[in-house]
Write a protein that binds this ligand. Structure first.
Ligand code: PHE
Length: 345
């Protein structure tokens, strides 16, 4: 029996240190010390020995047990440390990727254009106003001298909102209703621009979107003339496009301005000599303008004998397209990163 105990004791250190995982170690522990283990089996034989031998064998057995337990405990802590190191390594968060080279988005081309326009007009002494995108018939049409059933309503393909009486609430078709709000809420002199999103019942194509942006301008003061309108648009044109681009006005019609005009600029691609973009005319059409109609002034309680003014409105997206030579307005709204990243802000 003593020999058997010695044999177990002698082979144990090598067996224990060969265990590569906690599970293996646990199995070996059961094999050595467990209820059906090797030492326990020997212990059962103690009863057959005479008292003197039993004492010696029992002592040897206890010593062997505590030696084995110590060896097992040492091995267990080595394996546990190794396991912890593996877990830590696998749960480690690599934060070194966050560097200055992280790709950042850019301000959208429409927003860039909006900001630049606002800058230019602020520099010319204008203030900025905004109005709601859902408007009433009064602000979008009536107050602007476009009565119900007037054929001029056909100039705007309107999206009505299902609210209140039929055809009384709508998505604004232009930024001109903000003129009415500015004149109703404040007093002249007024020098304001009104950028914003507008809506039309249009199918998207290369030059149309059902949702797009306009920028409106309104001046109301004493003795404002058509020359002030022409001069302001010319000053804006060279401030925004550079000194080689000029503006011209062509007679047109809008119910809320009289006289009315179309506002054109020299083609920014050929600078007036004629190219594909301007259809060989040398001019690009930017928007509408004119002297505020006396009826519009009366509608907001201003005396047309005392006050006069001019207004203009043009497409903000169109302006951005022209400036950057983009030939399809839909590009602006597909959210394609390859398009957007060409306009770093
Ligand atoms: N609101 C007009 C449009 O959307 C443009 C315009 C604004 C014309 C101001 C004259 C004066 O077509």
């Amino acid at each position: 029996m003593i020999d058997d105990i010695a044999r177990i004791g002698a082979s144990a250190p090598a067996r224990i240190s060969a265990m590569a995982s906690l599970d293996e170690l646990r199995a070996l522990e059961a094999e050595l010390l467990g209820k059906t283990g090797e030492l326990t089996a020997l212990k059962k034989g103690l009863g057959t020995l005479d008292p003197e031998e039993r004492k010696i064998a029992g002592q040897a057995m206890n010593e062997a047990r505590s030696t084995l337990e110590a060896l097992l405990a040492d091995r267990r802590s080595v394996l546990e440390n190794a396991q912890r190191a593996i877990t830590l390594a696998s749960e480690r968060l690599d934060l070194t990727e966050i560097t200055d080279e992280l790709e950042r988005g850019t301000v959208h081309l429409v927003t860039q254009t909006w900001d630049r326009l606002v800058d230019v007009f602020l520099g010319m002494g204008f203030t900025v106003a905004e109005g709601p995108e859902v408007e009433t018939d009064w602000y979008n049409f009536e107050a602007l001298n476009i009565p119900a059933a007037h054929p001029a309503r056909g100039m705007w393909d309107t999206l009505y909102v299902d609210l209140g009486d039929p055809e009384t609430v709508l998505m604004r078709t232009h930024t001109s209703p903000v003129q009415i709000r500015v004149m109703t809420d404040g007093e002249p002199p007024i020098y304001a621009i009104m950028p914003g999103r507008v809506y039309r019942r249009d199918t998207a194509d290369a030059s149309h979107m059902p949702v797009f942006h306009q920028i409106e301008g309104l001046v109301v003061d004493r003795n404002i003339s058509f020359a002030d309108l022409a001069g302001t648009l010319e000053a804006f044109t060279s401030a925004y496009f550079g000194g080689s681009i000029h503006s011209r006005l062509r007679p047109s019609y809008f119910p809320f301005t009289e006289p009315s005009a179309e506002y054109d600029i020299n083609c920014v691609f050929c600078e007036g000599s004629g190219c594909r973009t301007c259809g060989q005319t040398g001019w690009l059409e930017l928007g509408g303008c004119g002297m505020v109609h006396p009826t519009v002034l009366s509608n907001v309680g201003l005396d047309p004998e005392e006050w006069s003014g001019f207004a203009f409105g043009f497409g903000l997206d169109r302006l951005a397209l022209m400036r950057h030579g983009v030939d399809d307005i839909r590009e602006m709204y597909t959210g394609d990163v390859r398009f957007l990243e060409q306009f770093p802000s």
